[in-house]
Design a protein around this ligand. Sequence first.
Ligand code: NAD
Length: 480
Amino acid sequence: MIQLKNYINGKLIQPLNNQYLDNYHPAIGLPYSLVPDSDERDVELAVAAAGAAFEGWSNMQAEQRCKILLKIADLIDSKNDLLAEIESIDSGKPVKLAATLDIPRAASNFRFFAAAALQFASESHHMENSAINYTLRQPIGVVGCISPWNLPLYLFTWKIAPALAAGNCVIAKPSEVTPMTAFELSKICMEAGMPAGVLNILHGAGPHCGAAIVKHSTIKAISFTGSTRAGKEIASVAAPLFKKISLELGGKNPNIIFADCDFEKMIRTTVLSSFNNQGEICLCGSRILVERPIYEKFVTAFVAATKQLKIGDPMDPETFIGAIVSKPHFDKINYHIRLAQEEGGKLLCGGNVVQLAGRCANGWFIEPTIIEGLPWDCRTNQEEIFGPVVTVMPFDTEAEALQIANSTSYGLSATIWTENLTRAHRMAAQVQSGIIWINCWLHRDLRTPFGGMKNSGTGREGGNEAMRFFTEAKNVCIKL
Ligand code: NAD
């Protein structure tokens, strides 16, 4: 079994408690590596290293910081195939998806924020003839970044890169469910010449390692992506300590389809927005609302397209649906499929566990599942499932679509399909989501604000939003 190590003060070291967690290979259903279950003592060590490195890193010329981040990006690119394979084995996602989405995006995150290190600017406010104000945006110091399992290296680097670009030193924890590419990133940082202590990568369970990061008094900001449940816990610990917090949490995203949409394009994209990465993307549309005149046509085409999706070994380049990330998550999704049926839902396709032949015979696979006939306010339509499961519901009016779309406690993203420009803008303004896609899905510009409303979180990532989050604004007023 591969035994992972923490990356602290530029070195790979064992957890001080010598405790490890099993890490599973989801396509096989067996443990294959051991992840440190770090605790307060490892966090203490990492914080001391980060604190000692801060002066050097924050005072380094931005151009030099930029060079190191670019070097990391280049190394990620040069190891794309290896990292994609590792990511696929660890998470169950198809290797093709990891090679074309996850890993290239991890490199882009470093490249994008390397440029931001050079370009970040701040405001000046001129008070006619009396004074000039200017804003200093200074790095915070030691910050914490905690990420989930669904897009492991992609989301891990989405936090780390801006934190480092802004001049902070970082204590970062990947999900204990998918730690492997973060471990590879430790080695890449060593190869790239990252000064010791600037980035520290700790592995461990949320309640031990994650919680120790959140409550550490020296760590002044926490950037977290994960479940709404954990986000709530983190907020309750961090708020009384007056930490800055950015919380990117769960979702129950509506996909609103009007009869005047470009039907073929919508069907192609809706298959992706429903089932890409086994539906384990926080931005997947899990409630599909369809205007009644095209409801039957939609259901027929959508079910037919979904039945074409190949479920298989994540290592097979033809596979579209890989394994579910873990046994507990597999059980959770299956529970929700049963619940949907108890609530009166009718399975239009899927709903079953898949048993593959060969090496994946004991892996955790579930068919892409489409359910109809459920009321908008049932649990299936209100709770996040985070798997290859969607519901379809007809609607008659724009007002009804809006009411259903906004009916959940979440507000992460929404997709709207219509060729009517005025309606598209009207809906975009009224749907309660932080991200709205019109006639597309997951079309990302890294400069745009990224994040959710309501129980989907607080704060925004991306572009200058991230650079602002990872800096402290100080106004300087000069009397003329
Ligand atoms: P999770 O909340 O269980 O874990 C996320 C991370 O937080 C892990 O690293 C975990 O170890 C850590 N953690 C857990 N409890 C903690 C605590 N009390 N203190 C500190 N750290 C703690 O989430 P998950 O199951 O890994 O990920 C799935 C969830 O993430 C889904 O709800 C999904 O919607 C959400 N997600 C949101 C976004 C977004 O951008 N909004 C993106 C991806 C995933």
